[in-house]
Design a protein around this ligand. Structure first.
Ligand SMILES: [Zn+2]
Length: 214
């Protein structure tokens, strides 16, 4: 099942243009959606198979911490580093000229909000539940400015719909982390907030959100 899901993402994204910006978002989403219809046999109730990028210029931003990378304070591509373990998501970096400006984040899939709040290690976090290839997943968006998120638990979100802004770097909004998006996709409906896990086996329930980046 895990392989099927990963390939499913790859098939979806093959239909996307190599460069991505806001004006192309709707077109790409439409392509992704129609591709999904050819890949997926069905979807679960209100959760659909529609997928979109969470941030403009997404493919240019995954440059430091890929899904599954093992980091320690001495080996991390980010300095300073306070975490050790296997990275459960993909990190989307911000550009230098975005440090003092708002960077909007949008939903990658269609499904209800499961959790919104401030969580140690992230700052603002929103978790959404979606379906993909008939399997329920949860999607964690980390390091948000929680004050910019007006969505609440159980609200339905569509792929591409605005969630909130990234938190200010090295502030309470990001719990001291640089300004970036941590995006993690986890199998099942259980909420798991961990950004790192200690063993490769524990990484198994997490899915690479965008495998073309690795
Ligand atoms: Zn991360």
């Amino acid at each position: 099942m895990k392989i099927t899901i990963t390939l499913g993402f790859a098939v979806l994204l093959t239909g996307c243009a190599p460069s991505f910006d806001d004006t192309a978002r709707q077109a790409i989403r439409t392509v992704a959606s129609s591709s999904a219809q050819t890949v997926l046999s069905s979807s679960v109730s209100s959760e659909s198979s529609d997928f979109a990028y969470p941030i403009a210029r997404a493919q240019e931003r995954v440059t430091k911490k890929h899904f599954g990378i093992y980091v320690t304070p001495s080996s991390s591509p980010v300095s300073p580093e306070r975490f050790t373990g296997y990275h459960t998501g993909e990190d989307f970096e911000t550009f230098p000229d975005e440090q003092a400006t708002d960077v909007p984040i949008s939903a990658i899939c269609t499904g209800a909000v499961r959790s919104v709040g401030w969580v140690k290690g992230y700052g603002g976090v929103l978790i959404q539940q979606c379906a993909y290839v008939n399997q329920t997943v949860t999607v964690l968006y980390g390091h948000l400015n929680i004050d910019s998120v007006s969505l609440r638990k159980d609200v339905d979100l569509k792929a591409g719909e605005y969630i909130g802004m990234l938190g200010k770097g090295y502030s309470t909004q990001t719990n001291g982390e640089r300004k970036h998006l941590h995006l993690a996709v986890h199998e099942g409906a259980a909420l798991d907030f961990r950004g790192y896990v200690p063993t490769a086996k524990e990484l198994d329930p997490w899915i690479n959100p965008f495998p073309f980046n690795n």
